[in-house]
Design a binder for this molecule. Structure first.
Ligand SMILES: [Zn+2]
Length: 465
């Protein structure tokens, strides 16, 4: 932490493990953060969290330096706008508390995921940066973060203009010739640390955090009816379906009440056979996820390339992944697993084996998705749809339509990789993925890897679905 944080302002702690945030104010931020570090602050919830995850798991950001007399007002404002769930009060004098919805929690989870992806990506491109206040040049965000004792994402956010400073310093990228740009040079001539920020700047920052959470959010936490085996995309949808109030169903989910609408309910777990990290590691190990500089069929460039058959060619791994894809649906009374050709055949087969069900596939006839080879479904047949890599979800929506057309009930979609960055959704059919990715693509003229002269690899297909 930098000495410049020895002043009054509003700060935020962001837990990178679970994406939860805490917002606080102090007339000496640095001192207050040290109190947090030693678990000596008067905020019990964040204290517990710091004890649990460790101080290093928290990103520290100064939201705004401001005079002491404005602290209450500013803190209240940020808490109201950003709704951090480690805060028990609304800020200011510390009055009424409020609770967070499962939706907000899910948003924050997505937000945390997004940050990891950013970090990984920035590590890859290693764009040199300059500390505006000291003039020191670093070859990457990572090294700048290490040197100044703040986290990588702190610096990254300051670079993107999302925070004014990181570690008390201002930061900027060097230009394409690794030189200080005119704009940065101008900024170096001005000192604005600790100055009051304009209403416009504050509004922009808040809009950033809010926008980010909204855009990354794709579904509520799914719930599952024990008796019928039906999975709903959210508590709200489930409550509506059985005609009870949402809060009533929530109580059952949290074990406070036994039944709601005459049924028992559980949260549908995302994955417990394999963790997301295990899936990612396996795909990297088998070269199903490659890192470098790739030309996609769309003409765009990307630092990542996914070739699913690099992992699916190993029956042992396919079996393991499909067991994980099936895990969630063991009690969902699935009768048949359906996947679209080609990867879907293999996945349907292995997932069906894990669930003890039939496995069939859809294919295209004159461009139209359908069942062939005499495959059929009986009226009301409970179907799990599987797919390998999903980007836009177009093919899956077609499979859902085929299942419905044949009289089946699409219970859920189980995906190996959702690389839409959480944007894909299938309407009333909930989607689950073993791995979530947000793959960045660039137009050739904007590609940072081209600018770094990283050799370009041509791939046959993007695997885009
Ligand atoms: Zn490129």
């Amino acid at each position: 932490m930098d000495k410049s944080w020895e002043t009054s302002g509003v700060y935020m702690l962001l837990c990178r493990v679970n994406g939860k945030r805490y917002i606080g104010k102090s007339n000496n931020i640095r001192k207050r953060l040290n109190e947090h570090k030693r678990c000596k602050s008067f905020a019990p919830v964040i204290c517990k969290a710091i004890a649990k995850y460790g101080w290093d798991a928290f990103d520290k950001t100064v939201l705004e330096f401001c005079p002491v007399e404005e602290l209450d007002e500013k803190e209240t404002y940020y808490i109201a706008e950003l709704k951090p769930e480690y805060n028990l009060t609304k800020g200011g004098d510390g009055s009424t508390g409020y609770k967070h919805s499962p939706k907000t929690k899910e948003i924050l989870k997505q937000l945390a995921k997004k940050q990891w992806a950013d970090e990984e990506y920035l590590k890859l491109i290693k764009k040199p940066i300059i500390c505006i206040d000291t003039g020191e040049i670093f070859d990457s965000v990572k090294s700048a973060a290490e040197k100044s004792g703040v986290t990588h994402s702190c610096v990254s956010m300051a670079l993107k203009g999302k925070t004014k400073t990181a570690g008390g310093y201002r930061w900027a990228y060097l230009n394409s010739e690794d030189k200080v740009s005119e704009e940065t040079g101008e900024r170096m001539g001005r000192t604005n640390r600790g100055k009051k920020q304009s209403a416009e700047q504050v509004k922009k920052r808040v809009a950033h955090w809010k926008g980010k959470t909204r855009e990354n959010f794709h579904s509520y936490k799914p719930v599952f009816c024990v008796e019928t085996g039906k999975i709903f995309a959210s508590v709200k949808i489930a409550a509506e379906a059985v005609g009870v109030h949402q809060s009533f169903l929530s109580k059952v989910l949290h074990g406070i009440k036994k039944t709601a609408g005459g049924y028992h309910w559980k949260f549908a777990k995302e994955v417990f056979y394999m963790t997301e990290k295990e899936v990612y590691d396996l795909l990297v190990e088998t070269d199903a996820i490659m890192t470098g500089h790739f030309l996609l069929t769309s003409g765009n460039h990307s630092p990542h390339y996914v070739e699913k058959f690099n992992v699916l060619q190993h029956p042992e791994y396919t079996e393991k992944l499909c067991k994980a894809m099936a895990e969630n649906f063991k009690d969902a009374k699935i009768e048949t697993v359906v996947g679209p050709v080609t990867g879907g055949i293999i996945l349907a087969h292995e997932t069906g084996k894990a669930l003890g069900t039939r496995a069939i596939f859809t294919e295209r006839v004159d461009g139209v998705m359908t069942f062939r080879r005499g495959f059929t479904l009986h009226e009301g047949e409970r179907v799990l749809i599987v797919e390998d890599i999903v980007t836009t979800g177009g093919s899956i929506r077609e499979v859902i339509d085929v299942v419905k057309k044949f009289g089946g009930v699409p219970v859920a979609v189980s995906m190996l990789v959702d690389r839409s960055g959480g944007k894909v959704n299938f309407g009333d059919v909930p989607g689950f993925a073993l791995l979530h990715m947000d793959v960045e693509t660039y137009k050739p003229e904007d590609c940072p890897l081209c600018k770094k002269n990283v050799p370009l690899t041509k791939r046959g297909s993007t695997g885009k679905k």
